[in-house]
Design a binder for this molecule. Sequence first.
Ligand code: FAD
Length: 446
Amino acid sequence: MTDVDVDLFVIGGGSGGVRAARIAATHGARVAIAEEHRWGGTCVIRGCVPKKLLVYASEFAHAFDDARGFGWEVGPVRHDWAALIAAKDREIARLSGLYQGNLERHGVVRHDGRATLVDAHTVAIGGARVRAGHILIATGGRPVRPRIPGAELFITSDEAFHLPTLPARIAIVGGGYIGVEFAHIFRGLGAEVTLIHRRDRVLAGFDDDLRDAVEAGLARAGVVVRAGGEPRAVRRAADGAIVLELDGAEVVADVAMAATGRAPHTAGLGLEAAGVAVDARGAIAVDAWSQTSAPSVYAVGDVTGRVALTPVAIREGHAFADTVFGGKAIKIDHELIATAVFAQPAAAAVGLSEAAAIARGHDVQIYATKFRPMKHTMTGRGDQVFLKLVVDRVTGVVLGVHMVAAEAPEIIQAVAIAVTMGATKDDFDRTFAVHPTAAEELVLLR
Ligand code: FAD
């Protein structure tokens, strides 16, 4: 097209959009990008990063206790929630600034404001219209609240990062990774936490033994887990408390948080006007190159409902830019994606769970262990390391590695390389151990 203002207009300045804009610009494209909230998107502003900072804050509670086992005399300690939130906000502002600077350095034109599609080549932004050769939708997702009476009383993860004070009692609804992580965060900082979820165990989709190990960690931390049910209604009591009505029971809390999933952020975007189709869940339907039903419009990240993780959105954004502007057609393989849950201790996994491997027809051989980490022989804390390998009995290929341990996300990141390369159990066995570590069990399981 010749009558365009830019070669690419990106809607959404989060993980996927910023990467795509930057890489397209390095390929020589004229790029503009719009962000309606804060640069950096969910991960930086109200997701992975602030969450991990709160996890660090919460973990200190254990560190003070553990230190006593090693001879430290620890005096009375108290936590200042407002100081934590202020420090976290400073770091988020710094990161958001880096995102903006990075875009500027690459010559990407930034628009602060909400962008919508007018047609498959035109974006409306702040009263102006921009014609683009290609449009990339990277608008992410939004938290959804349960559809029950009183649902407006719930906060979501968005507000959890900005609570004015630490609640004395918090009820969290949802047993996915966000619910589990926030349960530990608030518990570590001193709140009474009830985690309510509808399945038999938290973390649906993860290996069942890993789920058991995470549940054991929640119980050790003192989180009250109510499985197998959901609140039917929520109301505010006369004394200001929030009451969650379950079947035959009530949970009373000062704050109720819904961690009940996220939906693609597409409302009012103008998808129909541009001829962009969505799937049954409202996610933008894309092919393996992230192209939508409108050939000039692509979509990446959470808005496509594929795998809602930052590294995936970044990969998709990068692949899109290489494919459309770099002359290298790249498809993303969503098959092997390592992932972590920042529970305390943390959980992480790469590859197939035992159940998924069996469902795919593998004859599996399982190697698993559970042990007390060396550190806690001195602290008396009951934390356990859990490690499980799912191996194809015929080929010896390691199909999945599942771990619960303080360092599990770091360990699984490294082991994911071996699994991605197709390592076999024999490869693991001929690898020397690093002693004394928890990870050495990976190569010692017989
Ligand atoms: P986003 O990062 O959500 O960016 C979309 C951007 O588009 C937003 O900034 C939004 O304001 C903007 N936008 C939307 N509509 C418009 C419009 N019309 N005009 C202009 N701008 C618009 N992932 C991990 O990998 N690890 C984790 O530990 C992790 N923890 C998380 C914890 C929480 C509490 C949450 C909520 C998410 C977490 N995630 C984590 C998921 C991760 O944040 C997302 O997968 C990732 O941010 C998706 O990137 P994206 O580019 O698709 O969208």
